[in-house]
Design a protein around this ligand. Structure first.
Ligand SMILES: [Mg+2]
Length: 260
């Protein structure tokens, strides 16, 4: 088996489920630290700040710092800074997205914004939809932090940002620019942060549509972990195949120790 110089690790369904670390995740992260293999937590979840994500991980007994976390909100703010720094934005989203946009110097407004940015917002309303759609129809560029149609929760699958962006996109008759996995934009920024080449980096996640396709779209090998969203049967039917499939990160750690 090829050995990798860096890892991009999904969080939900890969490292934790709800408030619990997934079996083997902690030990796998310790293994990477011991081997001095750099990794970055790469998440499509735009709602939490890297500080909040790090605290969440620490509460599960996982040693993590904010600079090990890269979110779709961070990638969105980085992308917009490269294209139209300091412009006006109407945002649908939560604290993690708001914080990144404000920190990057964007001005949040409902009045004729240059951009409309949509991230998961659990207080989404018809009014927000109307403001966003009107702005886009008047020429604002439409950006989606991530395309996930649904997110796994304790109550089962709940609407994800893909559902919200679909509403805005239909209402405004405009397709969004999508930043998060499986798009190459977030992966490019994450690799810059990690400091490793695509061909030497493994992307790890539980979702064929986001994590595994992100690898395929950006030239990275991928590992599907069967501890979350996608099943082995899903993988058999999926057009894009992961490079590897593992039951969980314990099994993967054993496999890389054996080198096969
Ligand atoms: Mg996941």
């Amino acid at each position: 088996m090829k050995s990798y110089n860096g890892y991009l690790l999904d969080l939900d369904g890969t490292i934790y489920r709800g408030t619990e670390a997934i079996e083997g995740a902690k030990e796998f992260l310790s293994h990477l630290k011991d081997q001095h293999i750099p990794y970055l937590f790469l998440t499509n979840n735009s709602s939490a700040s890297p500080q909040q994500v790090a605290i969440r991980l620490q509460k599960m007994g996982i040693d993590a710092s904010p600079d090990e976390v890269y979110t779709s909100s961070m990638a969105t703010a980085q992308y917009m800074s490269e294209h139209e720094a300091g412009c006006t934005v109407y945002m649908i989203g939560e604290e993690g997205l708001r914080q990144e946009l404000v920190q990057h110097g964007f001005v949040l407004t409902e009045e004729s914004p240059q951009y409309v940015v949509v991230g998961i917002d659990r207080t989404f309303t018809y009014e927000k939809l109307a403001i966003a759609a009107t702005a886009v129809r008047k020429g604002a560029k439409l950006i989606a932090t991530n395309p996930d149609p649904a997110i796994p929760t304790e109550k089962g699958l709940q609407p994800g940002n893909g559902s919200l962006i679909a509403a805005v996109s239909v209402a405004a008759a405009t397709k969004p620019i999508v930043i998060g996995k499986p798009e190459p934009i977030i992966v490019r920024y994450a690799l810059e942060r990690l400091g490793t080449e695509a061909a030497q980096t493994l992307v790890v996640g539980d979702n064929l549509h986001t994590d595994i396709e992100a690898g395929a779209n950006s030239g990275l090998d991928s590992l599907l972990v069967l501890t979350g969203y996608s099943t082995r049967e899903d993988a058999e039917d999926h057009a894009v195949q992961p490079t590897y499939i593992t039951e969980d990160l314990t099994a993967w750690r054993r496999r890389i120790s054996r080198g096969v």
